[in-house]
Design a protein. Structure first.
Lengths: 376, 96
């Protein structure tokens, strides 16, 4: 696994596995919904087409030979693929586990029983953005809430792990408490994760109507921090208001007390994915991450994945971000949070600034405070 | 586990060799993973149901420098641990 050897202000050394542990696969470019903040659609660099079954099965054979441990099948909506069972049998045959990212609406008893029967399904992640249809459907379309809840209940009946993702936006920021109640108490899920709509894909076209402003972001942070305490350990986040609320509290504490640099901070150290995972678009193009679909590293069947993983200049350049100090960016000039900051998501950095090797303005604490936000 | 036992690596388990010759053994049926050093990797690759544990240890002694005196006990403990978690099995002897 990647080891970041950091101490004080020493540059990070990024250790990379010999082969990826996980591969994110956009198994289809089709979806039955058109969510207003979808990161997947409306990317000008992406060719939206599907590969046939045999091409994916041959690719899974390659992943098996590389010792890949798990694949995450997303899209688009993976349950739209008529050949999903055959594809998952290919995953299982190659000694891998799998997860699926879904809107839930196409999950029926037949496919749920199949997933359960494989014994290899880590979870199905279903998106739920509201405690009732009026709120959930505001960005996802009429009928999508009922479909999601029906899908969750179907999976639960067949004892398939359900991992709900709540994406926070302007239309549900006042509904977070009700959503937590629905998911954790009414549906009895063990937990759920949160993030926020980001300036990616289709969201760029609807940003004013979808993205949180500073006041809403602050409200979301306060509510989620409170709920995370109430539902001890059952609400998680790697990005979005809950993650920011926790990180920014820590950064402000460190700055106020004049602490030494936090190990692994002060450089573009977010995120660690290029050390352990890689992604493939629905058209078979290998990319570093689904959030960086424009960086084409190769194409499956033409370029061996192991070679791309180890030797792609673009992949290694992305890994090299960890050595780039934030002090070198005009954007960060004079910022007292630099020793405690990671520069945040490279995908958002690219869509917001046109540069991957740049801090993301989206999760900039100084900018958030300048816009009137406060640390909660 | 006895030195005459002939362990068999569970064929569903994936050996992922990582940097510095260390490795991860991953059982996709249970999602369990075990990290192991280069000696453990060498032991794993020899658990074919044909070699007994004593033979495996002997080969390890021939192939590695500075193998400790207690190698048999240590390797036995390693294989026992793998056996308990389903990574390793043995051929059963049926009585007729």
């Amino acid at each position: 696994m990647p080891r970041q050897r950091t101490a004080g202000t020493e540059p990070a050394t990024f250790m990379v596995m010999r082969t990826p542990r996980t591969v994110d696969i956009e198994i289809t470019a089709r979806c039955n919904l058109r969510c207003r903040y979808c990161y997947f659609f409306q990317n000008p660099d992406v060719e939206y087409r599907d590969l046939p079954t045999d091409e994916w099965l041959a690719f899974f054979d390659e992943l098996g030979a590389l010792g890949v441990m798990d694949v995450i099948l997303a899209g688009g909506e993976p349950f739209l693929r008529d050949d999903l069972r055959a594809l998952l049998e290919g995953v299982v045959r190659n000694r891998m586990r799998f997860s699926l990212l879904s809107n839930g609406s196409l999950i029926d008893d037949g496919i749920a029983a199949f997933l359960s029967g494989t014994g290899r399904c880590d979870h199905v992640q279903v998106s739920v953005d509201g405690s009732r249809a009026e709120i959930h459907d505001a960005c996802r379309g009429t009928g999508s809430f009922d479909g999601a809840i029906r899908g969750i209940r179907t999976l639960q009946r067949h004892r398939v792990n359900v991992a709900v993702r709540l994406t926070i936006h302007r239309h549900n920021v006042d509904d977070l408490e009700n959503i937590a109640h629905l998911l954790l108490e009414e549906l009895g899920l063990p937990g759920f994760s949160t993030n926020a709509a980001g300036y990616l894909g289709a969201c760029r076209l609807n940003a004013m109507d979808v993205l949180l402003n500073s006041r809403e972001r602050q409200e979301a942070m306060a509510t989620l921090l409170r709920l995370a305490e109430k539902y001890d350990g059952r609400i998680s986040a790697n990005a979005g208001p809950l993650a920011e609320g926790r990180m920014w509290r820590r950064m402000e504490e460190a700055r106020a007390q004049g602490e030494p640099p936090i190990p692994g901070r002060g450089r573009l150290t977010a995120c660690g994915c290029p050390g352990k995972k890689i992604a493939v678009r629905a058209d078979g193009v290998i990319v570093p991450c689904s959030m960086l679909p424009h960086i084409e590293l190769g194409r499956i069947h033409r370029d061996p994945l192991g070679e791309v993983w180890r030797h792609s200049p673009e992949m290694n350049r992305l890994r090299g971000r960890h050595a780039i100090p934030l002090t070198g960016f005009e954007f960060c000039a004079g910022c007292s949070y630099i020793p405690y900051c990671t520069g945040n998501c490279p995908g958002l950095a690219y869509t917001l600034t046109g540069r991957v090797d740049h801090p993301s303005p989206d999760a900039c604490l100084r900018r958030y405070l300048a816009e009137g936000g406060t640390i909660v | 586990m006895n030195p005459t036992d002939r362990p068999i690596a569970n064929p569903v388990v994936v050996l992922r060799e990582e940097f510095d010759d260390w490795a991860v053994l991953f059982n996709p049926d249970t999602a369990d993973a075990v990290g192991t050093n280069p000696v453990g990797v060498a032991v794993w690759k020899r658990m074919d149901g044909k070699r007994c544990l004593g033979e495996i240890v002997s080969e390890i002694r021939d192939g590695f420098e500075d193998v400790p005196e207690a190698a048999l006990e240590e390797i036995t403990a390693f294989v026992d641990k793998l056996s308990e978690s389903g990574f390793v099995g043995y051929e059963l002897k049926h009585s007729r």
